[in-house]
Design a binder for this molecule. Structure first.
Ligand code: FAD
Ligand code: NAD
Length: 470
């Protein structure tokens, strides 16, 4: 008999959620995770809690308060003389939030009777996992194994990290002072969010993006508004920029890149390389067992996240698709319920995307461009935050809500928001799309006044050409 019904390898948002759900459903469960803090303490939560979602949002919130006090407070009649930043205090606050949340997962494991192993796991059989710790090796077995080993930053040879001047996202979350000049390679979620943190605190931020389009995945109107807003905040953004080298000398980084004007140079104090993440399957033993892995290193799975070996599943960043914490967590729940014999499915069409710039960008479903390409007839309702009373009261009126519905059925196919707390507003759209609502369903839903959600309501009315306030 195996030691456990289920072992999850990885304690990030995919693996720890899968472990808790398996335990809730009555399976004996263990989770193996190798993350340790710089002082060698195990720290659950993976990339997301330790060096991803949570620390970045802690710094985004701190820097947002600073920028508000510096740029907007006076319009509220609040005078802030002698404003200053204590980066060490800001970083200490971030550290406390991480500790509280990672220890919270350890508490949840105890409560749910998930056995937690700290160490590096390697598959040595279909049901056997070897754990390496500083004290030696141990083998544990399970009827089913869920691989949730996540991802690591992509590195590019033209800009080798020295972890001092040229850093990845982890380094950029830990700066101990505000760089005067900051370069960022990559205008994806990480580049824009971490660029925002340091821009708000006073860095002159220059972003170099290889693609000709800004936020290529997003609705074009939302993306052009985001680009305009970021430029207003002082970002320099170069699109179609191909970096050819980055060298450190005299405490500076010189970045050489090619764009349509020819060869250019950028000199900065620090450079963040944020060009994507790659799946983490190194020394995992998966390929040796015959688990199929694609050319980019992603583990291949079916609709139940089952690998080519029937008792081994894989979830989260390591299988590709959107590299988002909530996507991995929901896959974890789905696999746990599938193992318990329940009929559980993932709804990939209704995964929300959020970029925590200011204003925030959030969307779910199809863009107008995708519908045009697919030849689907649609109607759009678009409502500006400048016409929303609550946004006016806040003093944040840039942006809009765009709702797209199928012309024939009125079913909502996509909602795209740029504006204040778009990250929260998108939840209503996700709910509506999950339940296959029409724009009319949302138009008939009573929204409290004055709230930002009234902008979503108005966009729903706008699909039928009957907005009240615009
Ligand atoms: P991970 O979180 O990477 O966890 C994998 C875990 O497995 C790690 O603890 C790792 O150490 C462990 N592991 C790996 N190999 C082994 C092994 N052999 N043995 C034992 N343990 C192993 N996503 C969002 O949805 N929202 C955000 O706001 C957001 N912000 C981000 C900000 C930054 C700066 C970064 C870098 C990422 C951000 N992400 C965000 C992405 C998010 O962090 C990932 O999508 C998410 O963490 C993936 O979860 P996961 O469980 O698949 O993998
Ligand atoms: P990304 O894929 O989102 O963006 C990388 C960007 O770098 C792309 O625009 C790409 O065109 C560009 N790029 C790639 N190579 C380049 C080069 N050589 N020169 C210039 N530009 C180059 O990746 P990321 O921003 O590193 O984020 C990694 C993952 O983490 C993403 O999948 C993202 O979804 C996730 N994440 C999510 C959030 C969030 O949900 N708010 C926040 C941070 C990270």
């Amino acid at each position: 008999m195996a030691d456990y019904n289920v072992i999850t390898i990885g304690g990030g948002p995919a693996g720890y959620v899968a472990a808790i759900r398996c335990a809730q459903l009555g399976m004996t469960t263990a989770c193996i995770d190798k993350w340790v803090t710089p002082d060698s303490k195990p720290s659950l939560g993976g990339t997301c809690l330790n060096v991803g979602c949570i620390p970045s949002k802690a710094l985004l919130d701190s820097s947002h308060h600073y920028a508000f006090l510096q740029k907007q407070a006076a319009t509220h009649g609040i005078q802030c003389d002698n404003l200053s930043i204590d980066v060490a205090a800001m970083q200490a606050r971030k550290g406390k939030i991480i500790n509280m949340l990672t220890q919270g997962i350890a508490g949840l494991f105890k409560k749910n009777k998930v056995t937690s192993y700290s160490g590096t796991a390697r598959l040595i059989g279909e049901k056997q996992v070897e754990i390496t710790t500083p004290d030696g090796k141990k083998v544990i077995t399970a009827d089913n194994i869920i691989i949730a080993t996540g991802s690591v930053p992509v590195q590019i040879p033209v800009a080798p990290l020295d972890n001092k001047r040229i850093v990845d996202s982890t380094g950029a979350l830990a700066f101990d002072n505000v760089p005067k000049r900051l370069g960022v390679i990559g205008a994806g979620a990480i580049g824009l969010e971490l660029g925002s943190v340091w821009n708000r605190l006073g860095s002159q931020v220059t972003i170099l993006e290889a693609l000709p389009d800004f936020l290529a995945m997003a609705d074009r109107k939302i993306a052009t508004t985001a680009l305009r807003e970021m430029k207003k905040q002082g970002f320099k953004i170069h699109l179609g920029a191909k970096v050819t080298s980055a060298t450190v000398a005299n405490d500076e980084v010189t970045v050489t890149y090619q764009d349509k004007k020819g060869e250019q140079q950028l000199v900065v104090d620090k450079l963040i390389v944020a060009v994507g993440r790659k799946p983490n399957t190194e020394n995992l033993g998966a390929a040796e067992l015959g688990i199929q892995i694609d050319a980019r290193g992603f583990i291949q799975v079916d609709e139940h996240c089952q690998t080519t070996l029937p008792n081994i599943y894989a979830i989260g960043d390591v299988i590709g698709g959107p590299m988002l914490a909530h996507k991995g967590s929901e896959e974890g729940v789905m696999v746990a319920e599938h193992l318990a014999g329940e009929n559980s499915e993932m709804s990939y069409e209704t995964i929300p995307y959020v970029i925590y710039t200011w204003p925030e960008v959030a969307w779910v479903g199809k863009t107008e461009e995708q519908l045009k390409t697919a030849g689907i007839e649609y109607k759009i309702g678009q409502f500006p935050f400048s016409a929303c009373g609550r946004a006016r009261a806040h003093g944040d009126t840039s942006g809009m809500v765009r709702m797209i519905a199928e012309a024939e059925t009125d079913r909502i196919l996509g909602v795209h928001i740029i504006g204040i707390f778009a990250s929260e507003l998108i939840a209503e759209a996700v709910l509506a799309m999950t339940f296959k609502s029409t724009a009319e369903n949302l138009a008939k839903t009573i929204h409290a006044h004055p709230t930002l959600s009234e902008a979503v309501h108005e966009a729903a009315l706008g699909v039928d050409g009957r907005m009240i306030h615009a």
